[in-house]
Design a protein around this ligand. Sequence first.
Ligand code: ADP
Ligand code: ADP
Ligand code: SF4
Length: 612
Amino acid sequence: MADDSIAVVDLDRCQPDRCNYECANFCPPNRTGKDCIVTREEHYDDPHDGGADQIWISEEICLGESCGICVEKCPFDAIEIINLPQELDDDPAHRYGDNAFALYGLPVPDAGRVTGVLGPNGIGKTTAVRALAGELVPNLGAVDTDPDWERVLDRFRGTELQPYVERLRADEVTVARKPQYVDAIPDRFDGTTRDLLERTDERGVLSSLIDRLSIGPVVDQSIDSLSGGELQRVALAATVARDADFYFLDEVTPYLDIGQRVAAARLVADLADDDERDRSVLVVEHDLAVLDLLADTLHVAYGRPGAFGVITDPKSTRNGINEYLTGYLDNENMRIRPDSITFEEHAPRTSTAGTTLLEYPDLGVSYGEDAFSLEVDAGTVYRGEVLGVVGPNGIGKSTFAKLLAGSLEPDEGSLDAPLDVAYKPQYVEADQPMRVDAFLSSITDEFGTSLWNTEIRDPLQLERVMDQRLPDLSGGERQRVAVAATLSRDADLYLLDEPSAHLDVEQRVRTTTAIRRYAESHDVTALVVDHDIYMIDLLADRLLVFEGEPAARGHAAPPRGMREGMNEFLAELDVTFRRDARTGRPRINKPGSQKDREQKRSGEYYYAPEES
Ligand code: ADP
Ligand code: ADP
Ligand code: SF4
């Protein structure tokens, strides 16, 4: 038997009342009379989780991935058979049960440092964190025994994790956690921002946090009136205000603009770098420019989402991100992706090859006296191009879209004919109790055609969520369905506001490619607002830069080439980027460093000469 393979059965998908046990009937060992695939009732005296008639697969008897007959036969894609990498010689750190997800390795919290974890969704990052937070005692793969810390300590004795596990066993670790989905906070908390923050301020640092995260304007507002970006900053402040040994931050960037991301990153770095007390900070983050700025060391997580995950030993942040992007882990000698993700180090030539979609004059609009006002300089938008839209939150980007769509009349200037605009808002709500396939087929007749599948379903990896209901989707799944729904509409102009939120790096790249290809092949225009600089870099042909004073006045410059646009945008933010010599990826310069000063002097904020 292939003892280096695991069988994973998704009990939410296994539906024996709707199939004929094709998996068991065709399994070669079963056909020779062995009990490789049996029902859970046949295997267990008491089939604890899952239904009695659902299947159990013997990993001892199974022939491994090269057979894979059951995987093919199952009508509901409920089975995965996977040969584990040979390099994994240990048992898992935790397994959720027989035929369930297995996690190999754990990150090592490091006193006084920020440890990053980089990897796809569903790879076990949260599981690892729950273990380190003492919420879940790792069972070391022994799913039928009661786990205890003594055994965990035996396993990690002599490793870097030993001292930490000793403290966990003695129940000495205090933990503060920021959840991934801040949108759910108002359901659990009634009161104002100040009420919430005062309750968590164990370190007496509230006023400095309010200042550094610019929470002041909303401090007396009720939590349920806050926008996603405001909630994100309040949640971060509430976590950092606690007096803990171990801080776990599950994504700090969604809904924040770049300035806010950099401020959040510096705050977290300072938290670890505190002389009063040894604090370890563990951050899961998919915005690579921010992760780069934030983390002192990095664990890469790889594997097969939903089936198994491996947390590597710590790497330097620079190497970890580079290896992740190139798709090859050096120390592990492991390919995690067939091809590498690459960046253009030099500004692309401005393309004006496309035909004109829209030429607009100077426009002005305001929401009333003393309310927000927006000035737009005349510009041209081409068909088939992707325009990256950058600028802080609350600066008029959505207002501009409303002008183009004709749903808002400008006070100054006028547009000839309104365009058909398909719009994905920044905060995606999906509360209709409807299945994903029903929802998407209600939007387009193209649903299910091979072209639609190739252009939209496959790059956005929607096949496995089609039979789920919208309210049951995770944040990342909901985002991908919302992007699919927007691209499926018939329109001239597609405006997507922060499509990267809650997507992992792989999904960001795939979504980016889907948007680009769609714009090109349908000869339409996509305007994509995003605050992940890597995503904008991979996505945009040109840039539309908004600046001004959020919530007071905004100004949109005409669309520009990438070099000019980035320089304008980053000069406003006072941030410069250098290039990594190995991958060409942009890296934020330390403020006041030699490179930072040189680049500011020469006005090259983004496309600077290579780092040596
Ligand atoms: P990540 O944080 O990397 O997205 P998670 O640690 O949340 O990943 O989950 C990894 C896998 O473990 C998921 O596929 C999930 O289905 C599975 N999983 C999580 N919790 C449980 C549980 N209580 N029982 C069984 N499987 C679980
Ligand atoms: P962005 O898309 O850049 O985040 P918006 O265009 O949504 O910015 O909003 C810009 C400013 O206008 C914000 O301060 C917002 O509160 C305000 N605003 C947006 N819509 C309205 C409206 N209908 N009435 C009054 N103010 C509005
Ligand atoms: Fe049976 Fe394993 Fe083959 Fe599936 S992969 S049919 S369980 S031997």
